[in-house]
Design a binder for this molecule. Structure first.
Ligand SMILES: [Fe+2]
Ligand SMILES: [Fe+2]
Length: 335
């Protein structure tokens, strides 16, 4: 267990180091050498790293060969102009989130409209006002850091999910299916997009704590002893610990911790009852149970959909939230 925790701390530290400690790298693109050098010097004095390109072609080459956090882009340049560079970078999945500030002259109003269509993030007029430059660079870099963080959490989620699946050989595809069922149920229960996204991640990660359960117990084909069952039952708390350093997964952590609570208070780890259990965890619990029932296990065959519905309805109110079961059966399964 300790190893996994250390690993997630490591990942988190690495993230902080990448996006907070290393100075951001800004690409300055201008065919006017004195303006370009002047901007680069100014930004370096502010503590940023800079690279320079004297035309659009060179700029595209530099962006594709290394990490760039922000681009200051002259509008009018020979050959490939600023708008073409912007269009190209904003239409590419890899580079579309790099903020671009376009440097324009007052008489270029019409071109400015084109730049907006091309997806430019902000403008700076010549002659450049230094305070304005500082403020724009700072706020766009902040936005870029947040995007990086979100992107990074998605990568972490995907690799954690793979780690659980490779460990628990009886549950291939289970997390993905739980996640899909849970999102469907969240939708018909009226949860908003942000909540649905949280439920999606929680579905994938609900059993992440199984990483901390010994393989011989997790994959034991026969009945479990009481002691073994107690160990299995610790997976929600293990999961919560693993996710603790990832601040952006705060809501997901609660679902991981409470997905084995029961509506009548007889679940684990805390015996929470009814609405004491967060709705996201009540949703994931239904999706999780339904998928487990309809999947073959070493000790039993898979339930048919009708058999599973019967089980869900019989135990609604004991195991699961009866209103959510109604919605799940009528609006998710039987549509
Ligand atoms: Fe579980
Ligand atoms: Fe599960």
């Amino acid at each position: 267990m300790e190893v996994n925790n250390q690993k997630s701390h490591f990942v988190y530290d690495k993230l902080n180091q990448d996006i907070e400690q290393l100075p951001s790298k800004i690409l300055v693109v201008d065919d006017d050498i004195s303006l370009r050098k002047g901007l680069a010097r100014l930004l370096e004095a502010e503590g940023y790293r800079t690279i320079e390109a004297e035309n659009g072609r060179e700029a595209i080459g530099l962006v594709s060969s290394g990490k760039t956090d922000l681009i200051l882009l002259d509008l009018m340049m020979p050959e490939v102009n600023g708008i073409e560079v912007c269009t190209l970078l904003k239409s590419n999945e890899e580079t579309r989130l790099i903020p671009i500030i376009m440097i324009t002259a007052v008489h270029e109003q019409e071109e400015k409209l084109k730049a907006i269509h091309a997806g430019v993030d902000d403008f700076l007029n010549k002659p450049i006002n230094i305070a304005e430059l500082r403020a724009r660079v700072k706020s766009l870099l902040k936005m870029k850091r947040l995007n990086d963080l979100l992107d990074y959490s998605d990568t972490v989620v995907a690799s954690l999910a793979n780690a659980i699946e490779s460990k628990d050989k009886y549950t291939e595809g289970h997390n993905e299916r739980v996640s899909r069922f849970a999102v469907e149920l969240a939708k018909v229960a009226g949860l908003n997009d942000k909540e649905q996204e949280m439920v999606r991640m929680a579905g994938i990660l609900h059993d992440i704590g199984k990483i901390g359960i010994p393989d011989n117990i997790l994959n034991k084909p026969g009945a479990l002893t009481d002691d073994e069952f107690t160990i299995i039952k610790s997976h929600p708390q293990h999961g919560e610990k693993i996710l603790k350093p990832l601040h952006s997964l705060h809501g997901v952590r609660d679902v991981v911790l409470y997905h084995h609570e029961r509506f009548d208070g007889k679940g684990y780890p805390y015996g929470l009852k009814g609405e004491q259990i967060p709705i996201y965890a009540r949703i994931v619990a239904i999706a999780d149970s339904y998928d487990a029932m309809t999947t073959k296990r070493p000790y039993r065959n898979a339930y048919t959909q009708n058999e599973a519905i019967k089980e869900l309805e019989t135990k609604a109110g004991q195991w699961w939230d009866p209103e959510l079961i109604r919605l799940f059966v009528d609006s998710v399964l039987l549509t």
